[in-house]
Design a protein around this ligand. Structure first.
Ligand code: ADP
Length: 468
């Protein structure tokens, strides 16, 4: 499989700085492993603060030319990058499955999703409009110009090795910013392959730089730099807090997408097939390793037994295996630590009275495979309720009233995504608005799309310059 990627010229193992593929100064490398087999896929450059400083310098220099192009010129380069990502779909998906473990079908889906951000923002690039404001004095005119903020530092996680990068880099490049990306050390190969395609698409040397290795060192260098004007991060809440605090000193803008603890509420009046299908998709995508994964399935008591047995049946049909195999719908977890976390959460729940309805242990395939699991009678004193399990474990939590469901759902400090299943229209509006979450899926388990990003992204990548 790696041969196929090498043959396509997409096996990159060095960092990308100023358009050149470079080794770490001290020649250090780190291994990238296949979580399904333990096989070492590649040794990639292990970089730190010096290489990051070089990448920032390169991004800063390039900012003065890239930001001066017309939106249409930037748009064309992005469009070409999108097309190259799509024409290398197979290789990118393969690389993703190899280093991250997700099934090929999901990996192919991620290439589409990842590329969609580049396409969407290539189009948006041409529509960064300003404003003309009615003046306060008769002989003055007030104009708002929107201008790119400068160098952006983007730090991304391993669960979406491509999409979390394009989602940050697409809008940044589109409006004229330049970027230093730090992908996760677990999944740098997809990031580097995508960056290679960006170069081929004519994104200029230095507009997109990639460094990886020592995460705290790279993070600190990005934080300290006065040239880096914005930090965009997807990952754990703990690291996000560090980056937010670290950005204060140089007053950077920050966009953080942190941990979730998504509730998925199944009401008595739900269509049971829709609810099973939707919660299965919301829970088990990427083996439960997404920040919008349903973390708590709240089920109303009138439908609890019926839903639970239909849900268990659906989970039983999931095929665990190496993502390269056609039949696989559940790959391994990213590493041993991830499995240990799942084991700890499940152990905590059973010790407090929850019952395992399916799975509940490591899979016979070994490595970091874990059985798709359903745990019944989970309550709010358990880790499965209060924290993000990030694995293939579906906790079912019974509730009686709508009020109780809303209260339980909002009983967390993570407000990323929520899901609800009901056929009652009034209830769907009422509950959606009562849920303290950024995204709410109604009768739908897969809600991520590039087209909602505009609201979130546009403000932080631009500086506002009022002129009179
Ligand atoms: P996850 O649990 O998803 O791995 P992390 O927050 O640990 O979440 O990782 C997300 C990204 O943050 C990764 O690219 C990781 O290398 C990076 N990271 C981890 N620690 C730091 C740090 N101290 N400074 C900057 N980036 C960091």
């Amino acid at each position: 499989a790696m041969e196929k990627i090498r043959a396509a010229g997409l096996l990159r193992t060095r960092g990308l700085i100023g358009g050149k593929w470079v080794d770490a100064y001290d020649g250090k490398t780190i291994e990238v492993q296949n979580p399904a087999t333990g096989e070492v896929l590649a040794n990639v450059a292990c970089m730190g603060n010096r290489e990051t400083a070089d990448a920032i310098t390169s991004a800063n220099t390039t900012f003065y030319t890239w930001s001066k192009l017309t939106a249409s010129e930037r748009s064309k380069a992005l469009r070409k990058w999108h097309d190259l990502l799509m024409s290398h779909k197979e290789e990118l998906a393969l690389l993703m499955t190899l280093e991250q473990g997700k099934p090929m079908k999901e990996a192919l889906g991620e290439v589409n999703y990842g590329a969609s951000f580049i396409e969407f923002f290539a189009e948006e690039a041409k529509r960064v409009y300003g404003d003309i404001i009615p003046p306060t004095l008769a002989d003055r005119r007030l104009l708002v110009l929107k201008q790119p903020i400068g160098v952006v530092g983007a730090i991304t996680p391993w669960n979406f090795p491509l999409a979390m990068i394009t989602r940050k880099v697409g809008p940044a490049l589109a409006c004229g910013c330049t970027v230093v990306v730090k992908p996760s050390e677990f999944t740098p190969l997809t990031a580097l392959a995508a960056a290679d395609l960006a170069l081929q698409a004519g994104i200029p040397a230095g507009a997109l730089n990639v460094v990886m290795g020592n995460a705290p060192e790279i993070g600190d260098e990005l934080m300290q730099s006065t040239q880096v004007r914005k930090i965009t991060f997807t990952g754990s809440t703990a690291v996000g807090k560090k980056l937010m605090a670290g950005s204060a000193n140089t007053v950077k803008k920050v966009s953080l997408e942190l941990g979730g603890n998504a509730p998925c509420i199944v009401f008595d009046d739900a269509d049971i097939d829709v609810a099973v299908k939707g919660s299965l998709a919301a829970k088990f995508r990427n083996s439960g390793q997404t920040c919008v994964c349903a973390n708590r399935i709240l089920v109303q008591e009138g439908i609890y037994e019926k839903f639970a047995s239909a849900f268990v049946k659906a989970v039983q049909s999931l095929q665990v295996g190496n993502g390269l195999e056609e039949s696989t719908s559940q790959g391994p977890l990213i590493n041993e630590a991830a499995v240990q976390k799942v084991e700890k959460f499940v152990g905590d729940a059973t010790s407090k009275g929850a019952n395992i309805m399916l799975g509940g242990k490591r899979h016979s395939l070994g490595m970091s495979f874990y059985e798709p699991t359903v745990v019944g009678n989970v309550s709010n004193d358990m880790l499965l309720f209060s924290e993000e399990v990030f694995g293939p474990v579906a906790p079912l939590i019974p509730f009686k009233t709508e009020e109780e469901a809303i209260h339980l759902a909002n009983d967390t400090n993570a407000g990323l995504a929520a899901y609800m299943f009901t056929k009652n229209i009034a209830r769907s509006w009422r509950v959606s608005e009562a849920l303290e979450y950024g995204l709410v899926g109604v009768n739908e388990g897969l809600i991520s799309t590039e087209v909602i990003e505009r609201q979130i992204k546009s403000l932080n990548l631009l500086r506002y310059e009022p002129t009179m």
